[in-house]
Design a binder for this molecule. Structure first.
Ligand SMILES: Cc1ncc(COP(=O)(O)O)c(C=O)c1O
Length: 414
């Protein structure tokens, strides 16, 4: 038998990131895969020290809430550790149905469907509703799971430059000539820069060109709008969005995802989407926690939590800017819990991350390809449960680190 000249594993050696990764590991400045040693909260125990957590998506701080923990424990006690099968077969429990019912009420949609992760919800929606011959028009800043869903569908992908409505319109003009159905898909809140999609203009363009619209509310649900239903609610376009996706892995303090829309569409996905059918249902504790968190968001306490997280974001934003950091400004002035600090150079971002880590603050680092080349940033994010004293301590660390860092590595962008 002839032997193959090429080994598929060859790419694991000497890939483009290998050298950077090796250098970062050697200098112990790798910002990724750091280990938590206790509960996820406003201040965490991480690798032997206390650090202020400015790098999570626990926007409402509910992962440590007694009611949410109780929801998870009750589900665990009643249904056991795992469901060992698909929702279709043996994996549906009453909590899934309650959660679906309450999500649909929350979103003001006819129906909702719960998935094991948000990533799978995106794969399911895009990979099932789109087919070869259709066109999907996506913002270049959309989350990777959206791109994965688009690729899975084998529909024609037309990406437009982030939030540029003239480019979206151009893509829709071209898509009209492609011959199939057209779906526009955007993040309601973009995960790295924290900006809100201009959904008013997007819904108008979709209506003008006869395109369907899907909005990923992963970072909007549980944060924006009076009910916390997301960017679509904030911008008053809920009835003009055809399908909304959300996750439990952020404000809802758990793990899992959902799609909310018209009965017909959701029912089709329930029996057709492979990412729903061919995976095990979420563990009961995850479903119980999400349900308990959703009930808090929809209770009288919800609006206070939503106000608090945005107030904390505004405080961090204003004070980081005051300290001379270049904080991403949003044209439309919509505050979100994500407060990104622009650094530019990848390596500088990593070194600044390490200095903050040593000063007791954990943030996330986004380098290319998560952000455009030379657009490295520190993605800071707040929780409703951060108190001002903790945020002030974090700001103190930023101030101290900036002076030393600039003395050693030159000025940071202003
Ligand atoms: C915008 C966006 N969409 C989808 C997802 C996927 O959600 P999940 O973490 O539930 O898989 C995430 C987060 O990871 C996200 O940020």
């Amino acid at each position: 038998m002839a032997s193959l000249s090429h080994d598929v594993f060859a790419k694991v050696r000497g890939h483009e990131r290998a050298e950077q990764l090796r250098a970062a590991r050697e200098a112990d400045v790798l910002p990724y895969f750091r280990t938590l040693e206790g509960p996820a909260g406003p201040v965490v125990e991480m690798e032997g020290a206390e650090r202020i957590m400015l790098g999570s998506n626990n926007y409402l701080g509910l992962t440590g809430d007694e009611r949410v923990i109780q929801g998870a424990q009750a589900a665990l006690s009643k249904f056991g550790t795992g469901l060992t099968g698909s929702r279709l077969l043996n994996g549906t429990i009453s909590l899934h149905l309650e959660l679906e019912q309450e999500i649909a009420e929350w979103m003001g949609s006819e129906e909702a469907l719960v998935f094991t992760t948000g990533h799978q919800a995106n794969l399911a929606a895009l990979g099932t509703l789109l087919a070869p011959g259709d066109t999907v028009v996506a913002d270049s800043g959309d989350h990777a799971s959206i791109l994965d869903g688009c690729l899975l569908s084998r529909a024609k992908l037309r990406a437009f430059r982030h939030n540029r409505m003239d480019k979206l319109e151009r893509s829709l003009e071209k898509a009209a000539g492609d011959g199939g159905g057209v779906l526009v898909v955007v993040d309601g809140v973009f995960s790295m820069e924290g900006d809100v999609a201009p959904l008013g203009q997007i819904t108008e363009l979709c209506a003008r060109y006869g395109a369907r619209l899907m909005v990923d509310e992963a970072h909007g649900a549980g944060v924006l709008g009076a009910r916390g239903a997301g960017a679509s609610e904030l911008l008053g376009v809920e009835d003009r969005v055809d399908l909304r996706m959300g996750t439990f892995s952020k404000s809802l303090a758990s793990c899992g995802g959902f799609l909310a829309g018209d009965h017909e569409v959701i029912d089709y996905l329930r029996v057709q989407s492979r990412a729903f059918l061919f995976t095990a249902a979420a563990v009961p504790a995850a479903v119980g926690a999400a349900l308990a968190a959703l009930r808090i968001v929809r209770s009288e306490e919800g609006p206070q939590l939503l106000a608090r997280v945005l107030d904390n974001a505004a405080y961090l934003h204003a004070n980081l800017r005051e300290l001379g950091f270049k904080v991403v400004e949003h044209e439309d002035d919509h505050m979100t819990p994500i407060v990104p600090v622009i650094v530019g150079d990848d390596w500088k971002a990593v070194l600044l991350w390490r200095a903050l880590y040593d000063a007791g603050v954990f943030v996330n680092v986004a380098i290319h390809p998560a952000v455009p080349p030379a657009g490295a940033l520190l993605r800071t994010s707040v929780m409703a449960t951060h108190d001002r004293a903790t945020l002030d301590r974090a700001l103190g660390a930023f101030a101290a680190v900036k002076a030393d860092f600039e003395a050693q590595h030159g000025p940071l962008p202003v």
